[in-house]
Ligand binder design. Structure first.
Ligand SMILES: [Fe+2]
Ligand SMILES: [Fe+2]
Length: 289
């Protein structure tokens, strides 16, 4: 009897290695790897992106959207890179990559909420990094990737995960337990596996795997903390990853920021909410959505 139970559980939760998850867009991963190489030439990046016409067209569409708000619209990938700079490229390509990875699933409300949450987190992380002299492109990329593990769970069992996202209520952390019961992993652990499978730079691993871990009192402020706060700010501005997610009051989140960021970041949640909604809407109004 016990043996049967064990076998049944194994059938429901196969080992990670046996899951057949769709691959992440290769061009986005290559851009991420190349932009970590200081000697990379802009034309190499342009050639790489242009080698996938569908990906290149999405890059151009988003590069010309309000997300980057260029003064003049770019008409080629090379022009877009020249205008935005290589420094914005990994965030831009990972945004296109995550959107392509989600594909048609984006038409489901639960998946769309995750996409909006990731993008809101990326936009907030970018601004927090900017006022705190941290790397904006890494912050944006980390934000857009931080909940990538949720996408893996959604691919493994779409109906069950959508249902869980629809009925669960509580803090963002409280859903981790429910995910572990349903899948054997939570989305943080699934994200960690994806970072390894996709051979992404290892610096992203702690950010994706530990974005719900609270900051210890004496820990110096770093990118993982920045993403932790950005994730909760995304909830607070109305972009929760699931509808029953508790949100942290904005003044409490501001209290968690280092002094400089607290002084220079949006003083009220209203101005931040308006700006984030405007930028997300600008991306949703173009391209495949
Ligand atoms: Fe998360
Ligand atoms: Fe999140």
């Amino acid at each position: 009897m016990v043996q049967n139970e064990g076998r049944r559980k194994e059938a429901i939760t196969p080992s990670w290695a046996h899951l057949r998850l769709p691959p992440f867009p290769q061009v986005a991963l290559r851009v991420l790897q190349l932009t970590h190489n200081e000697n990379v030439q802009l034309h190499e990046l342009s050639d790489l992106i242009s080698s996938d016409p569908a990906f290149a067209s999405e890059v151009l569409t988003i590069a010309n959207s309000l997300l980057y708000a260029p003064r003049f619209p770019a008409s080629s990938v090379m022009q877009a890179i020249a205008v935005l700079g290589a420094n914005n490229l990994q965030g831009l390509c990972m945004t296109v990559g995550v959107r392509a990875y989600m594909g048609k699933a984006l038409s489901q409300p639960a998946m769309r909420a995750i996409w909006r949450h990731n993008l809101a987190c990326a936009l907030i992380a970018d601004q927090l990094a900017s006022v705190g002299f941290m790397d904006r492109d890494v912050a944006f990329t980390s934000g857009v990737m931080h909940d990538i593990g949720r996408l893996a769970l959604a691919v493994i069992r779409p109906k069950e995960y959508s249902l869980l996202l629809g009925v669960h209520s509580g803090s963002a952390v409280s859903i981790l337990n429910a995910e572990r019961q349903l899948f054997g992993w939570d989305h943080c652990e699934a994200g960690r596996q994806l970072i390894t499978d996709w051979k992404m730079p290892p610096a992203f691993e702690p950010i994706v795997a530990e974005h719900h871990a609270p900051r210890q009192k004496d820990d110096p402020w770093n990118m993982a903390h920045l993403i932790n706060v950005s994730c909760r700010m995304a909830d607070t501005v109305g972009c929760t990853a699931f509808s029953g997610c508790d949100v942290t009051p904005y003044p409490d989140l501001m209290d968690e920021l280092p002094e400089r960021e607290r002084r220079l970041f949006h003083a009220t949640v209203e101005t931040l909410s308006i700006e984030i909604a405007r930028k997300i809407d600008s991306v949703e109004s173009v391209g495949v959505l």
